[in-house]
Design a protein around this ligand. Sequence first.
Ligand code: PMP
Length: 389
Amino acid sequence: MKGRKLLMIPGPIEFEPDVLQAMGIATNSHVAPDFIETFGNSLELMRTVWKSPKGQPFIISGTGTLAMDMAISNLIESGDSVLVISSGYFGIRFKSILECYGAEVTVLEAPTGDVVSLDTIEEALKSKHYKALTMTHVDTSTGVLVDPKPIAHLAKKYNTLSILDGVCSVAGEEINQDDWSIDIVLTASQKAIGVPPGLALLMASEKAIQVWENRKTPVGNYYANWKNWLPIMKAYEERRPSYFGTPPVNLIVALEVSLKIICKEGINKRIKRHRYLAEAFRLGIEALHLKMLPVSNALAAHTLSAIYYPEGVDGASFSAKMNASDIIIAGGLLADIKSTYFRIGHMGSVSPNDLLAVLGALERALIELGYPIESGKSLHAFQNAIITN
Ligand code: PMP
C-alpha cells in the first residue's frame, strides 16, 4: 500500500489483520453464549502466555496504568511498606500510585540505562519488612530489561509480594510467572499482546488473592476492586453470564484472536523471535556507531530499542525525516534527557522486513542530516545476523 505508515513506536504497535478485523465485527451482547465462550477462552489462553496455570487472570477495560492501580489498590493498605525498584519513568509511576493509597514507599532508583543490583535489593529487604516490591520488566522509557526471576526469588525469601509491570514485556520477553513465584504480572493490550489499546490484563497468584482476602481495611477504589471483578472472571471462565461493568466486547474478541496467534506461534518461539530480531537490530545500530541507552547489551530489551542521537543530529528533524519515509518512531521519555534519544518498538508481529525498512530510513535520515556514515552498513550487519541465525 503506497504511503502506508509503519508504526514502530513501543506501543501501540502494528496489529495483525485478523485482530483488526475482529475489532470491526457487529458487536455482540456481553452475555451471549458465543461471547461468554470467547471471554472464557481468553482467560484460559492468558494462563498459557503468562505461564501461570495456577494464576487468576483479569481482563478489564482500561489501560496498563489501571492494571498497576488494580494491583496496588487491592494488595496494599495504608501504612504498608513497599519497595519500588525503578529503572525509569514507569518504575516511578508505581511510587505515585502507592502514595495515593497511603503506602510508605522506599524507592531504589537505578542510574539511567542501568538496573538496581541484587545486592542493593537484598540489603533493603533485610533492613525492614516490606509487604510488597514492584519492578518493571522492561521500562519503556529507557529500553532497560530487568531480570525478574532473582528479584522475585529474593521477595519470596523475605516474605514480600512481588509485583511485575510487564506492560512492555508480556508475550515479548521470557516470563514464567508460576515457576518464578511472581505474585502479580500485569500488562496492557497495545504492546506485545497485539491488540489495540483499551485492555488492562493482570494475573494474580494464589498468594496475592489470599493477601487480598485477608485485608484489614476495605479497598479504597471502587472500579478496580477485585470484589467486583473476581466473580465476573470466575463466571466467564465457568461459561456463565454475569455483569459488573460492560466489557469491551470487540476488544475481547480481538484479544482471543491475538492470544490464539501467540499460542499458535508458540510462546517460546515468539520470545526467541523477539530476541534474535532485537539483537540483529542492535548490530545494525552499532554498525552506524550509534549508542544505545542501556549501559550494556545484556540489559537491552528485546521489545524496543532506546538509542541516543549522534552529536549534531537534531531529534525533531530526524523524526520528521523518518516520518517522511513513512516510519513512525517515538522520541525520548525520561524528562532529564528527553531530547537526546529516540525509541523504536519491535514487538508483536514485527518481522525482519519491518526492521530493514526502519534501518534503511534511519540511514537516509542520518546521511541527509550530515552524519557521516556509509549507506548500507546497518543493513549489511542486520542481514548477516538474520542469515546466520
Ligand atoms: N508500564 C510500562 C512499562 C509502559 O510501557 C506503559 C505504557 N507505555 C505503562 C506502564 C502504562 O500503560 P498505559 O499507557 O497503557 O496506561
